[in-house]
Ligand binder design. Structure first.
Ligand SMILES: [Zn+2]
Length: 152
């Protein structure tokens, strides 16, 4: 493995983990905008690298979570839906911003941006409703009835 290969792997990792960060910030910002609490934004898994207020970075930043889950706290079905979908929407908005900046500002495509975009596509797998995935919370939001909304 040459230095060039190592740098490439690192850049791919940076692009991917930035995409994950944008995803989690998407959930967290929307949650705040709708007046719901955010007690922790976790970026990565494994041992904690640093903590600043509610933000925590962990050793392997390839996944993330926002606590508590705003879509479960939201009183309205549509707020719950927007928060649940907010991670992927933020990632795709970021991808659109990258595309626009490539057209108007930086014409070269770099490996970080490609990796970011790949991660944004991979994030669509998160729509598969497995346990605690975005898709699971989106379906949960869509199935909400008035009775459930009034539950505390
Ligand atoms: Zn998410």
């Amino acid at each position: 493995m040459s230095i060039h290969d190592i740098v490439s792997v690192l850049l791919v990792g940076i692009g991917f983990s930035l995409s994950v960060l944008v995803h989690e910030l998407g959930h967290a910002i929307l949650q705040k905008m709708f007046g719901l609490p955010v007690s922790m934004i976790e970026w990565g898994s494994g041992p904690r690298i640093f903590k600043f207020k509610v933000f925590e970075m962990r050793l392997i930043p390839l996944r993330g979570s926002v606590f508590p889950n705003g879509s479960t706290l939201a009183k309205s079905k549509w707020v719950a839906l927007v928060i649940a979908a907010g991670g992927i929407l933020a990632q795709w908005f970021g991808m659109w911003m990258i595309a626009v900046s490539h057209i108007y500002i930086i014409p070269t495509i770099n490996i970080i941006c490609i990796s970011y975009a790949v991660a944004a596509f991979v994030s669509l797998l998160n729509l598969i409703p497995t346990r605690n995935s975005d898709g699971y919370f989106i379906i949960k939001a869509l199935r909400r009835t008035r009775g459930m909304m009034n539950e505390k």
